[in-house]
Design a protein around this ligand. Structure first.
Ligand code: NAD
Ligand code: UFG
Length: 336
C-alpha cells in the first residue's frame, strides 16, 4: 500500500489525524518544520497507536526536501495541514502568511505532479464563508475573506479547483473545518499553542489550570440568544476521522470537492464557559469586554454534504469535548 504524506502532522489536528489513519491501517509519513509544534507529539502518536512514523523535519517550501521524501517513499496521497494559522498575526505579517501557506502548497502540488501523485486533502476553514453569508453555511455559497490568513484558504481552494480542471485525473478534497477543540482520550496529544492562546478553548483551559487569571468574553451584544458569539465547535477526533473518509472519497472521485466538517450546531461563548466549568468542577472567572475586530456573530455548518458524500458525521458531545480538553490540560499543564 502507498503511504500518506501528512504535512503539519506534528500539529494539533494533524497529530490526531495521524492516529486515525494509523488505526485505520494506513501508513503515514510526517513532514513538519516544527514551527508551531514539538517532535514529542510524533513520539506520542507512536505511543497511542504502537505504530512507527517516518518523520521528516523539513519545510514544505524546500523543494529538494519534499522531492527527497517522494524519492525515498512510495507516496500515494498528501494530506496537507501545514500552515500558519493565527488570524491576528496574519494581519501583522501578511507576506509571511502568503509566502508560507501559498508557496508551501505550490511546492507540494508541483512535486506531486512530478511523481504522478493525484490525491490531495486540504485543511480549509469555515473562514472562507467570510462575513456576508447567512448561517448555516453551505458549500456552494460564495467564498471570501477578511484577513490574509483567510485569503490563503480562499486562494488555495481556487488553486486546487484550477489544478483539478487542468488534470482530470487529479482529486482534491478541501475540508472546511469549523472550530476544532478537545483532545485524544488518552490525554497524550492535544492543543498546545505557543504563548498566550488566541482561541477560546485553549484560553479557557489555561484559566482552568490556573495559568491565566480570567477569560475575556469578546462582546455580549451580538444578535445571538445570549449576546455572545456562536460557533460550531467540533471534537478534534471526530474531525480527524473525517480525513480518513475524505481520503477514501478522493480515491473514488476525481475533481475538486469542498466539504464542511462541523456538527451543524452552534454554541455561545457563555455556554462553552459553563460546559467547561462542569468538566473541571470549579467556577471560571470571566469578564465581558469589547468585541474583537473581525469577529462575526454566528458561524455554524450545514453538515449534510459530509454525511451524504463521506458518510461522516460528528458524534462527540459538548460535554466530552470539554472533558477531553480538561483531561489533556491536567496531564500537560505546561504543554507537550
Ligand atoms: P498547528 O499549528 O497545530 O499545525 C500546523 C503544523 O504545520 C505545525 O505543526 C507547524 O509546525 C507546521 N508547519 C507550518 N508551516 C510549515 C512549513 N512551512 N513546513 C512544514 N511544516 C509547517 O495548527 P492546526 O490547528 O493543527 O491546524 C492545521 C491546519 O488546519 C492549518 O492549515 C489550519 O489553518 C487549518 N485550520 C485550523 C483551524 C483551527 O481552529 N485549529 C480551523 C480551520 C482550519
Ligand atoms: N472568544 C472570546 N474570548 C477569547 C477568545 C475567543 O470571547 O479569549 C470568542 C470569539 O469572539 C468567538 C469565539 O470565542 O465568538 C470563538 O473564537 P476563536 O478565536 O476560538 O475562534 P474563531 O471562530 O474566531 O476562529 C477559528 C480559527 C480560525 C478559523 C475559524 C473558522 O481561529 O482560524 O475558527 O474555522 F478560520
Amino acid at each position: 500500500m502507498g503511504k500518506i504524506l501528512v504535512t503539519g502532522g506534528a500539529g494539533f489536528i494533524g497529530s490526531h489525524t495521524c492516529v486515525e489513519f494509523l488505526e485505520s491501517g494506513y501508513p503515514v509519513i510526517v513532514l513538519d518544520n516544527l514551527s508551531n509544534s514539538k517532535q514529542e507529539s510524533i513520539r506520542r502518536i507512536e505511543e497511542i497507536t504502537k505504530k512507527p512514523i517516518d518523520f521528516y523535519l523539513a519545510d514544505m517550501r524546500d523543494e529538494n526536501a519534499v522531492r527527497k521524501i517522494f524519492t525515498e517513499q512510495e507516496i500515494d496521497s498528501v494530506v496537507h495541514f501545514a500552515g500558519l494559522k493565527a488570524v491576528g498575526e496574519s494581519v501583522e505579517k501578511p507576506l509571511e502568511y502568503y509566502e508560507n501557506n501559498i508557496n508551501g502548497t505550490f511546492v507540494l502540488l508541483k512535486i506531486m505532479r512530478e511523481f504522478g501523485c493525484k490525491k490531495f486533502v486540504f485543511s480549509s476553514s469555515a473562514t472562507v464563508y467570510g462575513m456576508n453569508n447567512p448561517v448555516p453555511y453551505v458549500e456552494d455559497m460564495p467564498t471570501s475573506a477578511t484577513n490574509p490568513y483567510g485569503y490563503t484558504k480562499v486562494m488555495i481552494e481556487q488553486i486546487l479547483r484550477d489544478f483539478c480542471a487542468a488534470d482530470p485525473d487529479f482529486r482534491a478534497v478541501a475540508l472546511r473545518y469549523f472550530n476544532p477543540i478537545g483532545a485524544h482520550k488518552s490525554g497524550l496529544i492535544g492543543e498546545d499553542p505557543n504563548g498566550i492562546p488566541n482561541n477560546l478553548l485553549p484560553y479557557i483551559g489555561q484559566v482552568a489550570v490556573g495559568k491565566l487569571e480570567k477569560i475575556s468574553v469578546f462582546g455580549d451584544d451580538y444578535p445571538t440568544p445570549d449576546g455572545t458569539g456562536v460557533r460550531d465547535y467540533i471534537h478534534v477526533v471526530d474531525l480527524a476521522k473525517g480525513h480518513v473518509c475524505a481520503l477514501e472519497y478522493a480515491d473514488q472521485h476525481k475533481g475538486f470537492t469542498p466539504i464542511n466538517l462541523g456538527t451543524g450546531h452552534g454554541v455561545s461563548v457563555l455556554e462553552m464557559i459553563h460546559a467547561y466549568e462542569k468538566a473541571c468542577g470549579h467556577a471560571l472567572p470571566y469578564q465581558i469586554t469589547s468585541r474583537r475586530a473581525g469577529d462575526i456573530a454566528s458561524s455554524y455548518a450545514d453538515a449534510s454534504l459530509a454525511k451524504q458524500l463521506l458518510n461522516w458525521e460528528a458524534h462527540e458531545t459538548l460535554e466530552t469535548m470539554c472533558a477531553d480538553s480538561w483531561n489533556f490540560m491536567q496531564k500537560n499543564p505546561n504543554g507537550l
